[in-house]
Design a protein around this ligand. Structure first.
Ligand SMILES: C[C@H](O)[C@@H](O)CC(=O)C(=O)O
Ligand SMILES: [Mg+2]
Length: 432
């Protein structure tokens, strides 16, 4: 497709409420979300030619209908657009969604309206990949630095990163790109798994799943904590006895603690050799995270957060305040790919590792593209980084993630890997 000559209009917009009953077996459960039904608002954007882009934002069941309503409210801004005009000034188009003069009042750039933006923007990236016949990671890696930067709205970021600096980082990131691309295609990108560590799982299930994933080559495991200290200690004893002490272990509290409580709790768990504590407290509490990070650093425990960080500005503050060591971008939150790119660029500039969040439906499918682009064309390294892997609902997607030897294999099919199978939609659509 030529970006300048193509004159195809978007003719329709559809959004569906899809819910998988994962709570029945406690999949995805944590200290705060005790019974998640992995769900999504699933957007389809159709061109006059019949080509469709699909995008989604992850939800936990109830409430998906609110995100669906927000997607519908934004749809007037999409239908009738010439698609090449969007990609010519994707940053400007992104701003037209997030700064719509009346809708912005119900955000701005946060909550349900921003989740809806993510679903729509993700669909547009899927469509762009399909138009150019490239998987999104490769599309991103092939964009000229100026073109990639033009997809980003830098408003509110200039005290940390400017467009010019971003272009420069991307130019430098290109050195050795071909070699890294070949390595990625041959070996994939390392993953860790949370699938053995959901809070609602029995000891037997944790033991069996930890063994299963070790047999598949996994060397890094994440376990949920935070409900009961005694039970956490028992669970971590079980997991360490199973995986040994050479494998990597992370824990995730999903925002349950007060700041001091987080510090005290983690001191009781520190002898389990924990790489990071994830979401120890409110996802909005930048200074609280900074306090926790400072207190736990001498124990060798880093702070990870980001899956519920609402936008690039909050990420900026976390980075400015040294409040996180591991940045966990979430592909279906903030305003989709465009805004996430700005977070990667800030992390690159400030030397922070990105380890994407993927506990949810479709998140593994999407984040792999972002992290692979980062490796090939920005950070140029996998050191100390891995992508979360959760074994949920992959079979519902037309192009599911492929994980071999605990590594995500690079997607080869065009788009963002976000197309659900028609039979998944008909079986799991929630029709009120
Ligand atoms: C509700 C989700 O399953 C959440 O627990 C995922 C998460 O925190 C993670 O994967 O990390
Ligand atoms: Mg988490």
């Amino acid at each position: 497709m030529s970006l300048t000559t193509e004159n195809i209009k978007i003719i329709s917009f559809d959004v569906k409420d899809i819910r998988f009953p994962t709570s029945l077996e406690a999949h995805g459960s944590d200290a705060m979300h005790t019974d998640p039904d992995y769900s999504c608002a699933y957007v389809t954007i159709k061109l006059k030619t019949g080509l469709e882009g699909h995008g989604l934002t992850f939800t936990c069941g109830r409430g998906t209908e609110i995100v669906v309503a927000a997607c519908k409210s934004l749809s007037d801004l999409i239908v009738g657009q010439v698609v090449s005009d969007i990609y010519k000034d994707f940053g400007g188009f992104w701003r037209s969604l997030t700064s719509e003069s009346q809708l912005r009042w119900v955000g701005p750039e946060k909550g349900v309206i921003h989740l809806a933006t993510a679903a729509i923007i993700n669909a547009l990236w899927d469509l762009w990949g399909k138009l150019l016949n490239k998987p999104v990671w490769q599309l991103l890696a092939d964009l000229e630095p100026e073109q990639l930067v033009s997809t980003i709205d830098f408003r509110y970021l200039s005290n940390v990163i400017t467009k010019e600096e971003a272009v420069e980082l991307l130019r430098r990131g290109r050195v050795g790109k071909e070699e890294r691309m070949n390595q990625l295609l041959a070996l994939g990108y390392p993953a860790y798994t949370t699938q053995a560590g959901w809070l609602g799982y029995s000891d037997e299930t944790i033991y069996d799943l930890a063994n299963k994933y070790m047999e598949q080559g996994f060397n890094a495991f994440k376990v949920k904590v935070g409900k009961n200290l005694f039970q956490d200690i028992k669970r971590l004893e079980l997991i360490r006895n199973t995986i040994g002490w050479d494998r990597i272990l992370m824990v995730d509290a999903n925002q349950i603690w007060e700041v001091q409580e987080a510090i005290d709790w983690m001191k009781q768990l520190s002898h389990f050799k924990i790489l990071w504590i994830e979401e120890p407290t409110s996802p909005d509490d930048v200074l609280g995270h900074a306090e926790i990070a400072k207190a736990l650093k001498p124990l060798g425990i880093g702070v990870a957060t980001g899956e519920m960080c609402c936008n690039r500005v909050l990420f900026k503050q976390f980075l400015q305040a040294n409040a996180l060591e591991y940045c966990q971008i979430d592909s279906a939150r903030i305003g989709g790919v465009n805004e996430i790119l700005s977070v990667y660029l800030m992390c690159k500039k400030l030397g922070v590792k990105v380890c994407p969040h993927a506990g949810g439906v479709g998140l593994c499918e999407m984040v792999q593209h972002l992290q692979m682009w980062d490796y090939v064309a920005l950070s140029g390294t996998m050191d100390g980084r891995f992508i979360e892997y959760v074994d949920q609902q992959h079979d519902q997607f037309v192009n599911p993630t492929i994980v071999e030897n605990a590594c995500y294999m690079a997607p080869r099919t065009p788009g963002y890997s976000t197309t659900l199978k028609p039979e998944a939609i008909s079986a799991y659509e929630n029709i009120p």
